[in-house]
Design a protein around this ligand. Structure first.
Ligand SMILES: Nc1ncnc2c1ncn2[C@@H]1O[C@H](COP(=O)(O)OP(=O)(O)O)[C@@H](O)[C@H]1O
Ligand SMILES: O=C(OP(=O)(O)O)[C@H](O)COP(=O)(O)O
Ligand SMILES: [Mg+2]
Length: 405
């Protein structure tokens, strides 16, 4: 088991704490408000602990994928509002990260106060893990607490780079995720089924290669399915396809068959022309092809039954990525039915991971029916692959201690 320093190992009294959280939460396009607060709630124990122990909490996070510049669509402002409600105290939102505005507010902070900095990905240096930028961020504080498990597979300035300049310790969420997923990695009981979906296809397709060495069965839904179906020569219309991953998709399917891993793709899909509530939609069989101008937005009813049958008797299930565009009810059925099937499994370890997958399981009120809802999608998958995550490696080891604050 990984032994890392945690927030409990350091003196926080009167310290400025740069607290990296993953507040990359879904934002409701119509209201502009936080649509699912799982990741905010998950960070509360660490934030409260810092405040109760006399620290000043300077929260830093990304939201979405802005292209290294300011974009109001990706502002963390609505998150500050939700955090304020959940914490029951004032959260000062600052419009930048390392500028004069931030410095001034931080200088004036008193013990027990909370500041949330604007989206750190508004700076292109964040994703490049630029050392100068990391140093500037680090200079805002006395210690770094890393509670951003959902970001742990990224080596960025605010989670990894800053550890060159400040002692980095784990928050309670980070600690809990490492423990929960660590158990699943160490000794998965078989049959071990992995379900993959969602939209980050080029990011996540690569993990399958390693998962083929561990899992007995892999079920593919979500936008992920269309890259595989196209690689098999099926007509996928305007569905989301990663053209440059078609070769990899073929190789993965060949490797699965060599290893005797059952690789299960959908047999039907719900299609529409627009990703919109109330859009005209219909079910087509994959073998009949998706017409041009239409896109697959959910798994179909036959696939739901097929996947349910493939989940029967499973002892370990790991699920990342919704089966369809579950945010819109017309395309939510596949995700809901698979969530229900997971909830009904007996004597199985069931792990659902990902910002959006967590939002989905909450939407269907099934979060307490699975063994663990992880705040990380890509992060939990890479951990289950057996990789060392940069955002965990950068946290100080327990033996590196002591006597600092
Ligand atoms: N067939 C599809 N086409 C387009 N987007 C999809 C499809 N199926 C699922 N999605 C989208 O995938 C997104 C989540 O993907 P991802 O971020 O990879 O998952 P997670 O956050 O659980 O790790 C959701 O917003 C959902 O609408
Ligand atoms: O939401 C996240 O990952 P997830 O969608 O896999 O759960 C993390 O915040 C990482 O975001 P990124 O994939 O834009 O680096
Ligand atoms: Mg996501």
């Amino acid at each position: 088991m990984l032994k890392k320093l945690t927030v409990k190992d350091v003196d926080l009294k009167d310290k400025k704490v740069l607290l990296r959280v993953d507040f990359n939460v879904p934002i409701d396009k119509e209201t502009g408000e936080v649509a699912d607060d799982t990741r905010i709630k998950a960070a509360l124990p660490t934030i409260k602990y810092v405040l109760e122990n006399g620290g000043k909490a300077i929260l830093v996070s990304h939201l979405g994928r802005p292209k290294g510049k300011k974009d109001p669509k990706y502002s963390l402002k609505p998150v500050a509002k939700r955090l304020e409600q959940l914490l029951g105290r004032t959260v000062s939102f600052v419009d930048d990260c390392i500028g004069e505005g931030a410095k001034k507010v931080i200088e004036a902070m008193k013990e027990g106060e909370v500041v949330l900095l604007e989206n750190v990905r508004f700076y292109p240096e964040e994703k490049k893990n630029d050392p100068e930028f990391a140093e500037k961020l680090a200079s805002l504080a006395d210690i770094h607490v890393n509670d951003a498990f959902g970001t742990a597979h990224r080596a960025h300035a605010s989670n990894v780079g800053v550890a060159q300049y400040l002692t980095s310790v784990a928050g309670f969420l980070m600690e809990k995720e490492i423990a929960m997923l660590g158990k699943a990695v160490a000794n998965p009981e078989h049959p071990y089924v992995v379900i993959l979906g969602g939209a980050k296809v080029s990011d996540k397709i690569g993990v399958i290669t390693n998962l083929l060495k561990k899992a007995d069965r892999i079920l593919i839904g979500g936008a992920m399915m269309f890259t595989f179906l196209k690689a098999l020569g099926k007509q996928v219309g305007d569905s989301l396809v990663e053209e440059d991953k078609l070769e990899l998709a073929k190789e993965i399917m060949e490797e699965a068959s060599k290893r005797g891993v059952e690789f299960v793709l959908p047999i039907d899909t719900v299609i529409a022309k627009e990703i919109e509530a109330g859009a005209e939609s219909k079910v087509v069989r994959i073998d009949d092809g998706i017409p041009e101008g239409w896109k697959g937005l959910d798994i179909g009813p036959e696939t739901i039954e097929l996947f349910k049958s493939k989940l029967k008797g499973a002892k370990t299930v790991v699920w990342n990525g919704p089966m369809g565009v579950f945010e819109i009810d017309d395309f939510a059925k596949g995700t809901e039915e698979i969530a229900k099937a997971l909830a009904e499994l007996e004597d199985a370890t069931t792990i659902v991971g990902g910002g959006d997958s967590a939002a989905a399981i909450n939407k269907f009120n099934l979060a307490d029916k699975v063994s663990h809802v992880s705040t990380g999608g890509g992060a939990s998958l890479e951990m289950l692959e057996g990789k060392e995550l940069p955002g965990i490696a950068s946290i100080a080891d327990a033996d590196e201690k002591k006597n600092d604050g």
